[in-house]
Ligand binder design. Structure first.
Ligand SMILES: NC(=O)c1ccc[n+]([C@@H]2O[C@H](COP(=O)([O-])OP(=O)(O)OC[C@H]3O[C@@H](n4cnc5c(N)ncnc54)[C@H](O)[C@@H]3O)[C@@H](O)[C@H]2O)c1
Length: 297
């Protein structure tokens, strides 16, 4: 049963009144998400350990505020959530995007301090954000949390023991939020990006991606926006959405076809020759007939 607290302000579904706190917003996916949300009428509270977050916030005008904070510090996170809420009097979304990924060692060689830093930024910080942010959302009777995880949550990559562990843990933590606070109108989802870069990708990098390219920050930002918006994704909670151009869809034992089977430069006749005979492709009438026959959905 849904719990709606007395006086809860759940009436507005307009993005223009919504406030979203985004961590790790000084550059990359976080900055891109901030710019996208702001351009669509959200108010964005931005934070990062990197002071460049203040420049990003300033460039976005009245709809944005910036704070420099180290998310490893519980008091800093509590203060940040409070300040973000105080700025516009509400908190509708949290995007846990900040990460620390400077591991260069296997498990045996991993310095304990590096393990702890990675776990604290990638896993404990989202816990702290929820610890202090969820009560505010419960009071409103609504809220959306998007945890930026990784395909590293699904597959082990060399020399990143803490990062892979933290991202897998983050997916589990997302499910805890779903279970415990869904009744208060709070949704939580994980986004699992593949390689996301703003620079030119090498042919070797692209070769792994069935869609024929690696990702850009916009690819992730658009999914985050979708998951924040109750009108678009109100029945999605606990999902793990890979934003990876198909990378996780195939077995590591195979490689996507290289070069493409049907390059855009193919002549019409060679493309035609590689397609199944036209009588094997059902026309609109055939599809209708097939649908009429099929009552077992
Ligand atoms: N770029 C990719 O290929 C990729 C792939 C999979 C997942 N991801 C995830 O996407 C998210 C964003 O990645 P990105 O590539 O844009 O990275 P990025 O390095 O541009 O952004 C991460 C931000 O987190 C901030 N940060 C680090 N430690 C912090 C701390 N203690 N307190 C506050 N802020 C801190 C950094 O300063 C940085 O601005 C991360 O969670 C990352 O794990 C990225």
């Amino acid at each position: 049963m849904r719990v709606t607290p007395p006086g809860a302000d759940t009436a507005s579904s307009s993005t223009s009144s919504k406030v979203v706190l985004i961590t790790g917003a000084a550059h990359g996916i976080g900055e891109c998400t901030a710019r996208r949300l702001c351009s669509h009428g959200y108010r964005v509270a931005l934070t990062d350990i990197d002071p460049r977050v203040l420049t990003v916030a300033q460039s976005l005008g009245d709809g944005a505020r910036g704070w420099v904070a180290d998310l490893v510090d519980p008091e800093a996170v509590a203060g940040l959530v409070k300040a973000a809420h105080a700025a516009w009097g509400r908190l509708d979304g949290i995007v846990n995007n900040a990460a620390f990924q400077r591991e260069r060692a296997d498990v045996v060689a991993e310095p304990i301090a590096v393990w702890e830093r990675v776990i604290n930024v990638c896993l404990r910080a989202p816990f702290l954000m929820a610890k202090y942010g969820v009560p505010l959302m419960m009071r409103q009777g609504a809220g959306a949390i998007v945890n930026v995880s990784s395909i590293h949550a699904l597959r082990a990559y060399p020399h990143s023991p803490a990062y892979d562990t933290a991202k897998a843990g983050l997916n589990g933590f997302t499910r805890q939020i779903v279970l415990e606070y869904g009744a208060y109108g709070i949704r939580a989802n994980s986004v699992l990006p593949g390689l996301i870069i703003e620079s030119e990708a090498s042919p070797e990098q692209i070769a792994h991606y069935p869609v024929g390219r690696v990702g850009r920050p916009e690819d992730v930002a658009s999914v985050i926006e979708f998951l924040l918006d109750d009108a678009l994704s109100g029945f999605i909670s606990g999902a793990e959405i890979s934003v990876d151009g198909g990378l996780m869809a195939y077995s590591p034992e195979v490689r996507p076809p290289q070069p493409p089977l049907h390059p855009a430069t193919s002549s019409a006749s060679s493309l035609e020759a590689s397609l199944p005979p036209s009588q094997d492709i059902p026309g609109p009438g055939d599809q209708r007939a097939a649908a009429d026959d099929d009552s077992a959905h």
